[in-house]
Design a binder for this molecule. Structure first.
Ligand SMILES: Nc1nc2c(ncn2[C@@H]2O[C@H](COP(=O)(O)OP(=O)(O)OP(=O)(O)O)[C@@H](O)[C@H]2O)c(=O)[nH]1
Ligand SMILES: [Mg+2]
Length: 307
């Protein structure tokens, strides 16, 4: 599985990798790490979505340790991978579900970022670990959203709690909590709508869901996971800020890392928020949700040989 993930991640990140890797090759063939070279590297990192703060930090470190030295592109890539892995290591944390049973996960995020898909993948993952899940179709507004979650529920053989059309998602989540407790489910995943164009209404809806869940279990939701689509690049930063205003986001899932040319955003997110990245999405299938490994990701991102 580790090997499969790495292969998948590498091919998925190919477009991001090419950007950085080719840039380094162009800039650093037979060249000393002087001011001009460092400036070029800094621009390259910013263009690859790592953000100005991370770029400045890496350049400071390079200046301290390598200034004036001859460096081959391969050496630069390896050093860069080390720097990035150091930034990512503190946020690469699997979700710890030991706090409570049922462990209640509220899934939030902008439309199309992968909330429903990620819940399906997680349900499947935990099933393989011998854990039972229950899913709540909290996006009661869209029939297609409910059906999509039901398909994932069938695939993972887990029950999906569905309300009437336009039912109150908070009430539905409350009933689902009771059922999950009664049935002894290990996990309860609450899917939500991501209609950000009406930010006030969404905020009210999400806050109400949290309030009502707390009536059954003061410690719940035990995780509030925000899905971010890696292809949106810098906009992911704004999405984190927006959702943090609405609910107490506890962790991130970065989706669509397959085929995104903007995977560097994960590094910018680590620097800006220090929120754990519990898993990453590298495809549309159930098995395409993987643990986030800082070293592997960093190597794949810059195209450095060892991983
Ligand atoms: N390639 C790829 N596609 C993904 C990934 N995760 C989700 N998708 C696809 O992205 C699309 C949107 O995913 P959803 O799970 O429906 O997103 P959502 O956040 O629930 O969207 P709304 O319910 O509209 O708010 C679907 O076509 C998914 O198959 C991923 O990691 N990689
Ligand atoms: Mg959805």
């Amino acid at each position: 599985m580790a090997l499969g993930f790495l292969t998948r991640l590498k091919s998925g990140l190919a477009r991001s990798t090419t950007k950085i890797s080719a840039g380094i090759t162009d800039a650093f063939t037979k060249r000393k790490l002087d001011d001009a070279a460092l400036e070029e590297l800094e621009e390259l990192l910013i263009a690859a979505d790592l953000g100005p703060a991370v770029a400045a930090r890496i350049i400071r470190s390079f200046r301290r340790t390598r200034f004036g030295q001859d460096a081959s592109p391969a050496e630069i890539r390896a050093a860069l991978a080390d720097e990035i892995a150091d930034i990512l290591a503190p946020i690469a944390k699997p979700l710890d579900i030991s706090a409570k049973k049922p462990f209640v996960v509220l899934m939030v995020g902008v439309n199309g970022t992968g909330k429903t898909t990620t819940i399906g993948k997680l349900a499947q993952f935990y099933r393989e670990q011998g854990r039972t899940s229950m899913l709540v179709a909290g996006d009661t507004f869209r029939a297609a959203a409910v059906e999509q979650l039901q398909v994932w529920g069938q695939r993972a053989s887990v029950p999906v709690i569905v309300g009437a059309a336009n039912a109150d998602p908070a009430g539905l989540a409350f009933d689902a909590m009771a059922r999950a407790e009664r049935d002894g489910a290990d996990l309860l995943f609450v899917d939500t709508a991501g209609r950000l164009h009406n930010k006030g209404a969404l905020m009210e809806e999400l806050r109400k869901v949290v309030r009502v869940i707390k009536k059954r279990d003061e410690s719940a939701p035990h995780a509030v996971l925000l899905t971010l689509d890696a292809t949106t690049g810098q906009n992911a930063l704004a999405q984190v800020r927006t959702f943090k205003e609405m609910v107490d986001v506890t962790g991130l899932i970065v989706t669509k890392l397959d085929g995104s040319a903007r995977a560097g955003i994960v590094v910018a997110l680590a620097e800006a928020f220090a929120l754990p990245v519990h898993a990453v999405g590298v495809g549309e299938q159930a098995a395409d949700l993987r643990a986030f490994d800082a070293t592997e990701f960093a190597s794949a991102l810059v195209g450095s040989g060892s991983a």
